[in-house]
Design a protein around this ligand. Sequence first.
Ligand code: PMP
Length: 430
Amino acid sequence: MTDIHSLHDRHRAVMPDWLALYYDRPLEITHGEGRHVWDAEGKRYLDFFGGILTTMTAHALPEVTKAVSEQAGRIIHSSTLYLNRPMVELAERIAGLSGIPDGRVFFTTSGTEANDTALLLATAYRGSNQVLAMRNSYHGRSFSAVGITGNRSWSPTSLSPLQTLYVHGGVRGRGPYAQLSDAQFTEACVADLEDMLGQTRGGVAALIAEPVQGVGGFTCPPDGLYGAFREVLDRHGILWISDEVQTGWGRTGEHFWGWQAHAQSGPPDMLTFAKGIGNGMSIGGVVARAEIMNCLDANSISTFGGSPVTMAAGLANLTYLLEHDLQGNARRVGGLLIERLRAIGAQLPVVREVRGRGLMIGIELVKPGTDQASPEAATTVLEAAREGGLLIGKGGAHNTSVLRIAPPLSLNVTEAEEGAAILEQALRAV
Ligand code: PMP
């Protein structure tokens, strides 16, 4: 106990004030296995936040550990200026899975840097620094990524190298749009986009959007929304970048990529990925149509992007994910979990909505008897779930009043039921 407090004090003394930690008594996670992690006091938790979605498959997955240690025993890093077999192999597999014809892959070390790269490409290709982003979005923490992040709690400056216009549609909010049917909502958002473009001087480079907003609280825009946007974008020559950092690799259950729920008219021009592909190792990247990827006429390398150890992890993890049909598992187990949570939520006035796709489930909380967001309730539930042995996340606009559930994709039915029972107790504690 004292150790944890002193580590927290030491954290506070040396790390930035804005590096927020979960929980009154922050956790120190020391190890994990499967869907469980242990803290420094030896307490075991069911992990419904998957190491913030980075542990996509399972903690301490033997296949990944073996691939990493074997590669580390050979070589951890060599210059990006030499050929790198695991990097080429992973790029081939990702390009093949991306759905983007003649897709070229560039590896980075984070989702932020992946989005930065996509913005560099889009602005260079189109010769414009005007970008469309969605309200309530999150795309990372670099200067340019902050400039396209529409969620105020995550954009610490309004200065930006980009001129960003925020589009409606990623989240319904509580205004007049909230009452519309899916078809009406899509129509209204498309009309709004058309109107905005009609009033905008100069070309716009790209629209960047998360198919399901992650940090924004696992919002679920109607299927087909971005496909409908695409028709407008095409008329203006504007590129579509799908930020798949949270929605990629089958997490949404029905589809391997989030864009597939939207894409009547084909894949995006670029997609960005990160988080889960390395099962915790730092991999990010961009897949772009060759013409766009190759528009740069100067060198642009990443010293660590594509490093052999992370690529070995990615290859082993992707192989496991596909061989064990974890997308199918996300659909089946996620479907059961959301049903169970909806049944629980229906009895509790603190729950406004239970929503999600696959193993990406959000529970939006309100002050009972009102439609007002309740960040206090979210904090209470988070603490109570922790006491009960369950880790979950928080997110959303309105001061983070949405509980976020995103377990490793290998979650089984017993664990889903166990987690739902702990959550029910925690929700009843409000
Ligand atoms: N895009 C999305 C949709 C994300 O959720 C995140 C991380 N939460 C990022 C980009 C940034 O990724 P990273 O933290 O790896 O830089």
